[in-house]
Design a protein around this ligand. Structure first.
Ligand code: FAD
Ligand code: NAI
Length: 467
């Protein structure tokens, strides 16, 4: 079999690259080592985590908010195995959708582990250990990432777990320790805390979601503490030890040697992910990686070997599904001789806690560090009629602008529906809008998006209307 383009890995980077390449007229193959397509995102990432976030949020609202809305419920309880079953169905439907897209675009799907024999030959080894070889003119590596788990944490997949196992817990734990207050720790921590698990988070940095704007960290921390999550900031975990039924997490202050410990049912390790290139045969073709194992690429996402490209989590940049997708489209179009472009500054980041957090552009800390003179406008959700009507009054919108030109440089939202609202900020920044531009656009009333207009009014001339 001979292909114009072979994609290794069927996550959002790989399957989108394959579709775009097929649309552009290439003969395309995709190789996936698992039985289902969709990669981390569809199988054990974005989709299942959001399914459980939504289910647990329904329960939490029913328990904490319905009475005030005038809805009385009796005998409310969590049916964890049904919740996990529904999540499984959502995943399976979504993954099947990718099979349909592959068929529709006449992309050949090969299940098995792909590895380079040479630049134009890829060996595919299936589950039974049978091999076949395909020939390809060009290749896109989209093999994604895997969780980082230090040896001292004694990862056993039973008591010491990563997100992959956490998404399948079908009996509600009494207590869970989470290592890392990043995106995974806080999203999955929210799921279990909402359902009634006592959750403690140990985080090395002095704030949660440390990569995002400081004000977002503060706002979210306040809400998550209210939910009952306990935080140990500026602490690091030294060792984790499990028995068949419990786990002991030993941790200490960053600048001290005094160790403390917490006993729990589970320890969820969520301290980041690393590029996954195991058994890919990179050495057979001489593809270079950096010291953290990420595949090195140039500005066209081409590796040091001509005709072999790398996209998504396996290479540099944010580990996000939509970043991987943009790169998939980019590479396919570049191979077709087009001149695509990605503005990495405009890739939004979202944390699907409640309230949600969503950001695009520069944080206030980044603007300070780079010496740019900026203005900041804020508007709290509690001043919005829409937020009061739905009882979702936590959070704020913050808009950062260039002090000289009024151009929007960053938008940071904590609040209900922030994940969807951030799209307005991305559009505005794509077209290099000023805060004045946003403030003169009509925003439907009553909606959460009015907070964006009000924050823009605050940034452009300190003239918000409703505060
Ligand atoms: P992946 O999705 O990891 O896919 C890589 C695929 O390659 C896998 O299917 C793997 O089996 C296959 N593969 C690897 N090596 C080989 C080989 N040699 N041969 C054949 N196949 C191979 N991002 C968001 O934007 N939004 C979210 O809400 C979100 N939630 C997440 C929640 C969790 C719990 C996790 C873990 C991640 C989440 N992410 C989220 C991150 C997102 O899943 C990743 O950024 C995204 O999946 C990366 O896509 P990718 O195509 O680069 O790789
Ligand atoms: P992360 O990088 O977001 O957070 C890891 C946290 O762990 C950091 O705050 C770090 O300081 C802390 N940490 C590291 N070592 C530690 C130690 N020994 N003790 C205590 N704390 C320690 O990584 P996370 O949450 O594992 O997520 C991995 C990737 O998955 C992220 O890059 C993210 O982009 C992606 N993802 C995206 C989601 C989204 O877009 N909503 C949801 C879930 C994951």
């Amino acid at each position: 079999m001979k292909y114009d383009i072979t994609v290794i890995g069927s996550g959002p980077g790989g399957y989108v690259a394959a579709i775009r390449a097929a649309q552009l007229g290439f003969k395309v193959a995709i190789i996936e080592k698992y039985d289902t397509l969709g990669g981390t995102c569809l199988n054990v990432g974005c989709i299942p985590s959001k399914a459980l976030l939504d289910s647990s949020e329904h329960y939490h609202n029913a328990k904490e908010k319905f009475t005030e809305h005038g809805i009385d419920l009796e005998n409310l309880s969590v049916n964890m195995s049904q919740m996990i079953k529904r999540k499984g169905e959502v995943v399976s439907q979504t993954c099947k959708g990718i099979n349909f897209l592959m068929d529709k675009n006449k992309i050949d799907v090969h299940h098995g582990h792909g590895s380079f024999i040479d630049k134009n030959t890829i060996k595919i080894t299936d589950k039974e250990g049978k091999h076949k070889e395909i020939q390809t003119a060009k290749t896109i590596i989209a093999t994604g990432s895997k969780p980082i788990v230090p040896a001292a944490f004694n990862y056993d997949k039973k008591r010491v777990i990563t997100s992959t196992e956490a998404l399948n817990i079908d009996k509600l734990p009494k207590k869970m320790v989470i290592i890392g207050a990043g995106v995974i720790g806080l999203e999955l921590g929210s799921v279990f805390a909402r359902l009634g698990t006592s959750v403690e988070v140990v985080e090395y940095m002095d704030r949660i979601i440390a990569g995002m704007d400081k004000d977002c960290s503060k706002e979210l921390m306040r809400s998550l503490k209210k939910l009952g999550i306990k935080f140990h900031l500026k602490h690091e975990v030294t060792t984790v030890k499990a028995t068949s039924k419990t786990v002991t997490v030993n941790y200490k202050k960053r600048d001290s040697e005094d160790e403390q410990s917490i006993k729990a049912d589970y320890c969820l390790v969520a301290i980041g992910r690393k590029a996954y290139t195991d058994g890919l045969g990179l050495d057979n073709v001489g593809i270079a990686t950096d010291k953290r194992g990420k595949i090195e690429v140039d500005e066209h996402l081409q590796t040091n070997v001509e005709g072999i490209y790398a996209i998504g989590d396996v290479t540099h940049g944010a580990m996000l599904a939509h970043k991987a997708e943009e790169e998939g489209v980019f590479v396919a179009e570049y191979m077709a001789g087009q001149k695509p472009h990605i503005d990495y500054n405009l890739i939004p980041g979202v944390v699907y806690t409640w309230p949600e957090v969503a950001s695009v552009g520069k944080t206030e800390e980044q603007l300070k560090d780079s010496g740019i003179t900026y203005k900041s406008g804020r508007f709290p959700f509690k001043a919005l009629g829409r937020a009061r009507a739905s009882m979702d009054t936590e959070g704020m919108v913050k808009i950062l602008t260039d002090a000289n030109t009024d151009e929007v440089l960053g938008v940071h939202i904590v609040g209900a529906r922030a994940a969807d609202m951030i799209a307005e900020a991305v559009v505005a920044m794509e077209y290099r809008a000023s805060a004045e531009d946003i403030s003169r656009m009509s925003h439907a009333h009553p909606t959460y998006t009015e907070a964006i207009k009000e924050a823009a009014l605050a940034a452009t001339g300190n003239r918000p209307l409703h505060i």
